[in-house]
Design a protein around this ligand. Structure first.
Ligand code: GAR
Length: 193
C-alpha cells in the first residue's frame, strides 16, 4: 500500500535544502513527511526552522572529532532515527562524514546533496574550488552516502553555469537554487521505490 515516505533530516547549517523539502511537502508535491531533524550544531538555522515547522528536532553533541561523529553519537542517532521510524535519511548540509553504525543501519537509504558536479570538488566550499579551477560549468549532485567525503554513488546532477563576473557568493547562490529544485525531485523517486 502506498504511504508517505518517512524522512529523517541531518544538517549543520541554515537549512535552505530542508526548507525546500518542507515547502514541497506542504504544497502536496512531495508525498513524504519529515519525522525528525538532527543537527551537530546547537542553535543552527535548520533546528530553528524545524521548530517553526513543529517537527521534532534535536541537537547532538558531536564529540571530540572535527570531521566525524563519535561512534556512540552515531549509535544515538541510529536509535533516534529508528524510533522515529525513518525510511530515508536525508543529509541537508550535514558537514561530517558518516561511519558505523549509521551506514549499516540504513544501507542505500542515506543520501546527500553536494554543491559541485561530483567527483569534482568534494569537501568544503566546492563553489570556491570550481571558481579557482576556472570551470565554466559546475552544479550540484545528489549521491548515496558512504564512508568517504562526498564519494558515494551519484544519483542525479544538475549543471549550473559559472558566469564571467561570478563571486563565490553569487555562484554559491546560483548552485543553491539548483539544489533546492533537485533534492526534492530525487527524494520523490524514493517515494515510488
Ligand atoms: C548546501 O549547499 C549543501 O550542498 C552543502 O551545504 C550547504 C547547506 O546549505 N553540503 C556540502 O557541502 C556537503 N559536502 P543549507 O543548510 O542551506 O541547506
Amino acid at each position: 500500500m502506498k504511504h508517505r515516505l518517512r524522512l529523517g533530516v541531518l544538517g549543520s547549517g541554515k537549512g535552505s535544502n530542508f526548507r525546500a523539502v518542507m515547502e514541497q511537502i506542504i504544497d502536496g508535491r512531495l508525498d513524504a513527511e519529515v519525522r525528525i531533524v538532527i543537527s551537530d550544531v546547537d542553535n543552527s538555522g535548520i533546528l530553528n526552522l524545524a521548530r517553526d515547522y513543529q517537527i521534532p528536532s534535536l541537537y547532538v553533541r558531536p564529540g571530540r572529532f572535527r570531521t566525524k561523529l563519535e561512534p556512540e553519537v552515531e549509535e544515538d542517532i541510529v536509535r533516534l532515527l529508528l524510533e522515529a521510524d525513518v525510511e530515508l535519511v536525508v543529509l541537508a548540509g550535514f558537514m561530517r562524514v558518516l561511519k558505523q553504525p549509521l551506514l549499516s543501519a540504513f544501507p542505500r537509504r542515506i543520501i546527500n546533496i553536494h554543491p559541485s558536479l561530483l567527483p569534482k570538488f568534494p569537501g568544503v566550499e566546492s563553489w570556491k574550488q570550481a571558481l579557482a579551477a576556472g570551470e565554466k560549468i559546475t552544479g550540484c549532485s545528489v549521491h548515496y552516502v558512504d564512508a568517504g567525503i562526498d564519494s558515494g554513488e551519484i544519483i542525479a546532477q544538475q549543471k549550473v553555469p559559472v558566469l564571467p563576473d561570478d563571486t563565490p557568493e553569487s555562484l554559491h547562490a546560483r548552485i543553491q537554487i539548483a539544489e533546492r529544485a533537485l533534492y526534492p525531485e530525487v527524494i520523490a523517486t524514493f517515494c515510488e521505490a
